[in-house]
Ligand binder design. Structure first.
Ligand SMILES: [Zn+2]
Length: 72
């Protein structure tokens, strides 16, 4: 997992820095913008930087995502 790729990413809405949220396996799960309270999903290691795909973050903890948990 190339985390340098993620460090280059900024929020597409406000161009601000993003905060990586990890799942219980310490894998990148979402990229959150604290300013906008949006969290962009990371699918198969690829951040989906689309505002339409982002979810609202009201709780500080990342909710467990039930999507795309395919067996390896
Ligand atoms: Zn933002």
């Amino acid at each position: 997992m190339d985390h340098r790729l993620i460090e280059l990413l900024v929020c597409p809405v406000c161009k601000g820095p993003l905060e990586m949220l990890r799942d219980e396996d310490a894998r990148p799960a979402e990229l959150a913008c604290p300013a906008d309270r949006l969290a962009f999903p990371i699918r198969d290691g690829i951040p989906v930087m689309l505002e339409t795909e982002a979810r609202n973050v009201d709780a500080p903890a990342a909710r467990e995502s039930s999507s795309t948990r395919a067996p390896a």
